[in-house]
Ligand binder design. Structure first.
Ligand SMILES: Cc1cc2nc3c(=O)[nH]c(=O)nc-3n(C[C@H](O)[C@H](O)[C@H](O)COP(=O)(O)OP(=O)(O)OC[C@H]3O[C@@H](n4cnc5c(N)ncnc54)[C@H](O)[C@@H]3O)c2cc1C
Length: 409
């Protein structure tokens, strides 16, 4: 087990500084343009691929970092640059994690490289779980996967929504119901390979923030994938379903649902780290502005009312980072999340980002409200953190249920 330390090691500092340089020199200057265009920033992703930031190697290196700080550190720096562009860069990684965590070695080797492509031919991946009637309530999922034994193929039908990179991805990871009796325990994940007939992009959403990131519906109409595209394989699925059936007999449905929710604990700190990046970016702009903007013959930070806001902002950001780092460290060291510490970190960091970016607008006054300054965009962007990967209400629900063991509604 890696020893606990509050400091990044030399190698991590080097990576952090490299990422920060890319965020400052490449991402930040492009942010306003791609926010206005509301399109996937392909040239920036290509640049990230060229230097090695958009690559399986880089993502895997951070993911398997034994201190647990690789992913949060990378997320914070990239999202400090710009949330929409950074999500376009890391969205593939979020889909790849599904394969790295649940796939066989063969599946990882076959599909994850195709998710990224290479620097000369960049590809994307999408993770499709949410549906129009199944957002927070994952157990209501309707997309169905049925096994065609004669052909050793799965046939998938349904409509997914809100999928980051949905429809423009080379590889889609699709979660579908394989046993409707088991609620969220009866779900399985499938790879939908490039150019599979029946998969199409539906509506592309026009959004409030993170507008450089593509979000769309994905329609699955009699999509046939080979048996080998079931993540983890059929044998493992059958064993898991048999166990779930046994447990469902013994426990109430509510408890089964709780167990499913707990599996998100390890991935939520990464979203918390994205929020920390956006919050830190807005705080830095506000601090700089407060020290240089003069009113009544002195810098506005000379007023306690402004200075205390900045003190509060920085304190909240540092507290958020510590919660994120703790949860990431717990995940990598296999510590049980007995107080839903992963959800705690995501809840606190995402709410902090929304609050801090609003305070930054206030400190910049009229300028903060215009698109001449980046804090307006950062505030719009920050609203996503309290919604995706589980809303703040769902985080509170998970924390409360974990603490109490009660089926709180
Ligand atoms: C930009 C963007 C990108 C996304 N990317 C992806 C992606 O790549 N893949 C993917 O699968 N999904 C993705 N999502 C979907 C996201 O995870 C869902 O939007 C989220 O889980 C919430 O679901 P919902 O939108 O249906 O809201 P709902 O579940 O309908 O919730 C609406 C409101 O009700 C509240 N609420 C619901 N249930 C409860 C309860 N029990 N107690 C208290 N309050 C409750 C919620 O907190 C929320 O405030 C993305 C969403 C967005 C906006």
């Amino acid at each position: 087990m890696a020893e606990f330390t509050m400091e990044l090691n030399d190698e991590q500092k080097e990576v952090r500084d490299w990422l920060h340089g890319f965020a400052a020199d490449v991402i930040r200057p492009a942010a306003a343009e791609w926010d206005e265009r509301e399109e996937t920033p392909w040239p920036v992703i290509q640049e990230a691929a060229k230097v090695g930031i958009y690559s399986l190697d880089f993502y895997a290196q951070q993911y398997f970092d034994q201190t647990g700080l690789g992913i949060p550190m990378a997320m914070e720096e990239l999202f400090w640059g710009d949330a929409g562009i950074a999500l376009s860069i890391v969205g593939t990684g979020l889909a790849a994690v599904g394969v790295l965590a649940n796939g066989t070695e063969e599946q990882i080797g076959t599909w994850v490289p195709q998710m990224y492509g290479d620097a000369n031919d960049v590809k994307l991946a999408a993770f499709c779980s949410s549906e129009p009637d199944a957002g927070s309530d994952v157990a209501s999922m309707r997309t169905r996967a049925v096994y065609d034994e004669a052909k050793d193929e799965w046939v998938i039908n349904g409509t997914k929504t809100w999928a980051t990179n949905g429809g423009i991805a080379n590889v889609h990871v699709v979660v579908a119901v394989v046993d409707p009796e088991l609620g969220s325990r009866g779900h399985a994940s499938f790879i939908v390979p490039p150019n599979t007939p029946g998969l199409a992009q539906g509506q592309k959403f026009k959004k409030h923030g993170i507008r450089a990131s593509h979000t769309a519906e994905v329609i699955l109409d009699n999509v046939r994938v080979p048996g080998s595209c079931l993540l983890g394989g059929k044998e493992k699925l059958d064993e898991r379903l048999a166990r779930a059936r046994e447990r469902a007999k013994a426990a109430s449905g509510e408890r089964v649902k709780n167990a499913a929710m707990a599996t998100f604990e390890a991935s939520r700190p990464a979203v918390g780290a994205m929020a920390v990046g956006t919050a830190r970016a807005a705080y830095e702009v506000a601090l700089d502005y407060a020290m240089t903007r003069e009113q009544f013959g002195r810098p506005i930070i000379d007023n306690q009312g402004v200075a205390f806001q900045l003190a509060e902002m920085r304190t909240q950001i540092d507290a958020a980072r510590l919660l994120v780092w703790r949860a990431s460290w717990m995940a990598v060291n296999g510590k049980p999340f007995t107080a839903a510490e992963g959800s705690m970190s995501k809840l606190f960091a995402s709410e902090t980002a929304k609050k801090v970016t609003a305070q930054a607008i206030q400190i910049l006054g009229g300028n903060g409200y215009t698109r001449e300054y980046p804090v307006e965009r950062m505030h719009r962007d920050s609203a996503i953190y309290t919604i995706f990967e589980g809303t703040s209400e769902i985080q509170r629900l998970v924390i409360a249920r974990t603490l109490s063991g009660m089926p709180i509604r």
